[in-house]
Design a protein around this ligand. Structure first.
Ligand code: GLN
Length: 200
């Protein structure tokens, strides 16, 4: 069995995810094929998709123009597995705020019942890295946060890790998101978790 994983390739940190998911497949003894998705027809035949970090607004603009977003939206509505990191997490959130006082809007794919605050930890200067205790993992995981959003309300989703008082890794059904960047470390355990969730 070959697992076909798409990587939303509109913008942002794509290559590192490609390496991480291939390595995760190798560790699990699974054959994995990764392809970049920028056009709606490239979604055909995929088993799951990774939505990388970057700038969520830029991704929405480009994806809307190409017709990719509406197609992916209808797939996600039917339980298509997705893993979002950082900006990718914003895209999957039901409630998004730009600042604490700004009104709530919806992400591009509002299937995860969480509220997220963009750039919640501050600006680029407030980017940080910290050891995270993740549910089900025996060893800590290095969480790299880059202009990360804050999950201000986890809603009905399951919280797998928190730091500084906020959830940073949540999942619900076939969707999982981290506000940090696991692809920027050598540790492939989170990518493995995503692959396992697809074949379960
Ligand atoms: N600040 C970005 C946004 O709001 C997300 C940052 C990231 O993905 N590293 O879209």
């Amino acid at each position: 069995m070959v697992l076909k994983i798409g990587l939303l390739g509109l913008q942002g940190a794509i290559e590192e995810h490609e390496v991480a998911v291939m390595n995760a497949g190798r560790t699990l003894g699974l054959e994995v094929q990764v392809s970049r998705v920028t056009l709606p027809e490239q979604l055909e035949g995929l088993d799951g998709i990774i939505l990388p970090g970057g700038e969520s607004t830029a991704m929405i603009k480009q994806g809307t123009r190409s017709g990719l977003l509406p197609k992916l939206n209808s797939m996600l509505a039917q339980n298509f597995p997705a893993f979002g990191t950082c900006a990718g997490a914003i895209l999957l959130s039901k409630k998004v705020r730009r600042t604490e006082d700004s009104p709530v809007t919806q992400g591009a794919f509002p299937f995860l019942d969480i509220e997220i605050l963009r750039n919640g930890y501050g600006s680029q200067r407030d980017s940080f890295s910290t050891d995270l205790m993740i549910k089900g993992f025996e060893e800590p995981f290095e969480g790299v946060f880059i202009r990360a959003p804050i999950i201000s309300e986890p809603g009905t989703s399951e919280v797998l890790a928190s730091t500084r008082g906020y959830p940073v890794f949540v999942r619900s059904g076939k969707i999982m998101v981290t506000t940090f960047h696991p692809e920027l470390t050598e540790d492939t355990r989170i990518h493995s978790l995503f692959l396992k969730s697809i074949i379960e």
